[in-house]
Design a protein around this ligand. Structure first.
Ligand code: PMP
Length: 402
């Protein structure tokens, strides 16, 4: 198999729009990815002729939807090299990480227990702990945006660490963390390892077994699927020892006014009518992705990333934030002459979409002493022409503001 980015682009209606004759240069896939036609059509079918609820109904449509929902769970399990009984559908990656903090954390952490998170954590993996009443300690970052592994060892050696949380790829820096090694060291210190795979799921093959993590979270909308759906994977024994976080329909064995006994996982964590259209839409996206030549996609994305780095280096006064040896997906930068918001506005006028801001990673901004960065991020449909237009747009910024 091989991979043709131009051909794949034509499968994405969201990229087709011309503005004043200019093609759409979409470089914000780290925020959310566009959807291939098969996902859009599947969701339309599910909301239209196939529509019916899951679990509750005894009629044919409901039975069919239930089967498709459970089939979606099996697809996600295949995507993660996991067991379907270990897949919990959530409302997103944020929701999945909140389930770890509020479900596992509140049940198992005692006063004095410590949590470590990377200094490049997305707020989803940090604020979720704060709202659950915990205060994770940061694993510091080196100046290139990689994790300081010696400091990590020292933090672990001080004792009492029960869980380490880390992003696989940083959405703010593009750093790819050595997560299998981080997990190995966490386990050696008696801690669990929770992986935020929001940014890696669209790019890297994920195997929970090979990575050796205990929890893994990702979001559907960044991996070419619908919004409103995410996944928490956790080892079965962890799920079994976790109380539910939310109560309601479908997560119970028996309810009376005296109390409730809860269903086994994963149902225990899926209270209420689940986002079944979105879950099946996500499975469609993952089937579509898994049917592609993923090694060729990875090679294409690496080549585009390298090309983007070379072209950005030509822009006068541009400084990259995040230059770790292992990096990919997202490129953060600042210009000496313009605020990131102004850069984004100038680019938007040229029909180029990038992100400007703190990327829900304010501690990263603080670490690199910037209030915000501009960020271009790539996906499998990104082409060299997109990068050339970004380069030209940034040169316009330099002419306007420099
Ligand atoms: N973690 C990382 C690394 C992310 O980039 C994001 C989204 N920007 C999230 C978590 C949260 O994902 P969502 O907003 O889809 O829940």
């Amino acid at each position: 198999m091989s991979f043709d980015p131009e051909a794949i682009r034509s499968e994405f209606p969201g990229l087709a729009e011309l503005r004043d004759g200019r093609p759409y240069t979409y470089l914000d896939s780290a925020a959310t990815a566009h959807k291939p036609r098969c996902v859009i059509e599947r969701v339309a079918e599910l909301l239209g002729p196939a529509y019916g609820t899951v679990h509750r109904g005894l009629y044919r449509r409901a039975a069919q939807m239930t089967e498709r929902y459970e089939q979606a769970r099996r697809t996600v399990a295949r995507f993660l090299d996991a067991d379907p009984g270990e897949i919990v559908f959530t409302a997103g990656c944020t929701d999945a990480l909140n389930l770890v903090a509020h479900g596992w954390g509140r049940a198992h952490l005692r006063p004095g227990d410590r949590i470590l998170v990377s200094g490049m954590e997305h707020h989803a993996g940090l604020v979720s702990w704060h709202t659950a009443g915990f205060k994770p300690e940061p694993i510091p970052l080196r100046d290139d945006g990689s994790l300081d592994l010696e400091a990590y060892d020292r933090l672990l050696a001080a004792g009492g660490v029960k869980l380490v949380g880390c992003v696989h790829i940083s959405n703010a820096l593009g750093t790819i963390n050595p997560v299998a090694e981080l997990a190995r060291r966490a386990h050696a210190a008696g801690a669990l390892f929770c992986l935020d795979a929001a940014q890696s799921a669209p790019h890297l093959p994920l195997s929970v077994r090979a990575l050796g993590c205990d929890f893994l979270a990702f979001a559907g909308h960044k991996v070419y699927g619908p919004t409103g759906i995410g996944v928490l994977w956790a080892r079965r024994e962890l799920l079994e020892a976790m109380p539910p976080w939310r109560g309601g329909g479908e997560m119970i064995e028996r309810v009376s006014f005296a109390g409730t006994t809860y269903a086994a996982p994963p149902a225990r964590f899926e209270a209420g009518t689940p986002p079944f259209v979105e879950a099946i839409g996500l499975a469609t996206a993952l089937e579509w992705l898994m049917a592609q030549d993923r090694a060729a996609i990875l090679a294409h994305e690496r080549a585009i990333y390298d090309y983007a780095e070379r072209r950005l280096a030509e822009v006068p006064g541009l400084r990259r934030i995040g230059t770790a040896p292992e990096r990919g997906g997202a490129l953060s930068f600042v210009l000496a002459c313009a605020h990131p918001a102004d850069i984004a506005a100038v680019l938007d006028a040229q029909h180029i979409a990038i992100r400007a801001g703190h990327h829900c990673a304010q501690p990263v901004m603080e670490r690199f002493r910037v209030s915000a960065t501009a960020r271009a991020s790539i996906a499998l449909y990104t082409t060299r022409a997109d990068i050339d237009r970004l380069h030209d747009g940034l040169q316009t910024c330099v002419r306007l503001f420099g």
